[in-house]
Write a protein that binds this ligand. Structure first.
Ligand SMILES: Nc1ncnc2c1ncn2[C@@H]1O[C@H](COP(=O)(O)OP(=O)(O)OP(=O)(O)O)[C@@H](O)[C@H]1O
Ligand SMILES: [Mg+2]
Length: 563
């Protein structure tokens, strides 16, 4: 019940800025319902006037009834226009809010979700919420008005029958409530399978090369088939519960129908009602049946929206680590790790009591076996992860700034793996510095040894790359990623195996160019190549959750000493 209350409050919060549009839709819906009731009453008068030979009144009533029909048509057309505008606006609004939340969420929290799952939440769950606001709620209001109006009209025509209907009708609603609880469980499961389905398709397409080279095409097709079967059986089970709930409701309406028809026929036989009253009662019972079957159909939508609300609230509840405060410009940026502990899971430390000191302008290499925690070490500096113990700060002479999301403004980072976007090479380069001038772009490309291969292309910087840089080699993609980071011009530069696909000569060339940059950034380079170490001032070795610092100059003098 508490969940239902929080979901309802959340939905109302979303709808609030669109009150004006929603009021138009709801009032227009309620108005057409009243017109419907009015038409039933008018039809009674028409039949009665016809049976009592009052021709002039008959013509007048025909004109009035025709006018009600035309008014209803016009109002419905206006509602369609307003609700589709309102629908897209609400959908944009929710997606905008969610997207900005997702962008600003703590990275460590966000990585718990699969991209396909986030996509499902941002599309079908948002659709479910939007529909409930712009369609289901207004329809429920107009059905309620139709129901109440028809009941009142019925009370005037035949009070006993009216009261009987008022007593009988809630029974079906009560029964359907029992099934709504079951339907919600189905809906949540269904959305989970939907996420699994999308995630699987997403990953299969993204990793097409692996699929093809591992000859997994057929296996993937049959996995998809299995997920589809799961989806089908859940849909069938859901449909069974839904059908049962609907049958119970609909049989309730039929009981009402026979009651009215039989009772009315008997009264007509006894001459206690007119033909007109029976006609009105029969069309009014339709107005009572309609809302009930309508509500029965809307029930799954309401249940779905509550499930969707919970899934979207979960995304909304994620911790954000975004800060829009500008980090002040630094002249020099040293990096200090002080007794840092970090573990992804309790009891399984990755880094233990790590201390490291990199002076401004120094180039430090970070080496160590795969899986030892090099990227983790960097992610802590980038405030993508937070230490369990200890401190990390950036120092400008005696001034210390604790790392946080805003200190990312001081860092240019080239992550491990291909991180290019689809678009031109220029778009990719300008990503971190959209204002950069043409000479700056050339300079960064030259420093990253990317200029020549870019220029050897007829389209040059305007060459269009596919998703994740499809269309160029791995080493070329790495050089563009390095140029992109250099163009950002920040006092700290981090290269996480960013030169792994380059030949040894080009790698040294790039590192030398970085060393000669003016002003020289403080660099951390993760590499597995010993040749690259020659360029560095300091070498950090990560081993057994710990770090050892080695001064390069000591090594050159044959004096390998760790601090
Ligand atoms: N999100 C995560 N959750 C749990 N454990 C993780 C996570 N990311 C990494 N790890 C674990 O932390 C350890 C360090 O990973 P990290 O990526 O820092 O290694 P690395 O030294 O950069 O390796 P490589 O040279 O292969 O890139 C690994 O044992 C890895 O399994
Ligand atoms: Mg790594």
């Amino acid at each position: 019940m508490k969940k239902l209350w929080t979901s309802t409050k959340w939905i109302f919060g979303i709808a609030k800025p669109f009150t004006k549009y929603l009021l138009i839709i709801i009032l227009a819906g309620a108005g057409t319902s009243l017109i419907n009731v009015l038409r039933a009453v008018l039809s009674k008068q028409l039949v009665d006037a016809a049976t009592s030979q009052q021709l002039q009144i008959v013509f007048q009533l025909i004109v009035i009834i025709a006018a009600t029909i035309i008014t209803e048509l016009i109002v419905k057309a206006i509602v369609t226009l307003v609700s589709s505008k309102c629908n897209i606006k609400i959908s944009n609004n929710i997606q905008q809010q969610l997207f900005s939340k997702v962008m600003k969420t703590k990275w460590s929290e966000f990585t718990r979700y699969h991209s396909g799952d986030v996509l499902t939440r941002m599309t079908s769950d948002v659709d479910a919420i939007t529909n409930i606001i712009t369609s289901t709620i207004p329809t429920l209001v107009s059905l309620t008005v139709l129901l109440i109006g028809s009941f009142i009209a019925f009370l005037f025509l035949d009070p006993v029958l009216g009261i009987l209907l008022i007593v009988l009708s809630p029974i079906t609603v009560f029964l359907s409530k029992y099934f709504s609880i079951k339907l919600k469980k189905f809906y949540l499961k269904f959305q989970q399978i939907e996420s699994k389905y999308r995630s699987f398709i997403n990953e299969s397409i993204q990793n097409m090369v692996v699929v093809k080279t591992f000859c997994l095409e057929q296996k993937n097709i049959s996995t998809l088939n299995n997920i589809q079967n799961e989806r089908t059986s859940l849909t069938v089970s859901k449909a069974k519960v839904s059908a049962l709930a609907n049958s119970i409701l609909i049989s309730g309406f039929w009981i009402n129908y026979f009651l009215v028809f039989g009772w009315g026929a008997l009264k007509l036989y006894n001459n206690t009602i007119t033909f007109g009253s029976l006609t009105a009662m029969i069309s009014l019972i339709g107005n009572i049946q309609g809302p009930f079957s309508g509500m029965a159909m809307l029930l799954p939508q309401v249940v779905a929206a509550i499930g969707s609300t919970e899934r979207l609230q979960e995304l909304e509840g994620l911790d954000i680590d975004y800060s829009d405060t500008r980090c002040r410009e630094l002249k020099a940026a040293g990096i200090v790790y002080e007794n840092v502990d970090f573990s992804y899971e309790k009891g399984k430390p990755i880094l233990k009591n790590i201390s490291a000191n990199i002076e401004p302008g120094e180039i430090a290499a970070l080496v160590g076996p795969s899986g030892e925690g090099k990227t983790t070490f960097i992610n802590l500096l980038l405030a993508l992860l937070y230490p369990d113990k200890g401190k990390i700060f950036i120092k400008d002479n005696d001034d210390r700034i604790n790392v946080s999301s805003s200190t990312r403004q001081l860092i240019s980072y080239v992550p491990q793996g291909n991180t290019l976007f689809s678009g031109t090479i220029r778009d990719n380069l300008l990503f971190g510095n959209p204002e950069a001038a043409e000479e700056e772009i050339d300079c960064a490309a030259k420093a990253a040894s990317a200029y020549e291969f870019i220029k050897s292309n007829p389209e040059g910087f305007d060459k269009v790359l596919g998703e994740r840089g499809v269309g160029i080699s791995e080493g070329q993609a790495q050089r563009i990623a390095i140029a992109r980071a250099l163009l950002r011009k920040k006092p700290i530069l981090i290269l996480d195996e960013a030169t792994s696909a380059l030949d040894a000569g080009t790698e040294i060339e790039v590192l030398r160019a970085i060393k000669n940059l003016k002003p020289a950034p403080t660099c951390i380079i993760i590499t597995h190549r010993t040749a690259a170490l020659k360029i560095c001032d300091k070498i950090f070795r990560i081993r057994d959750n710990n770090i050892l610092t080695q001064q390069r100059r000591d090594e050159e003098m044959g004096n390998v000493s760790y601090i």
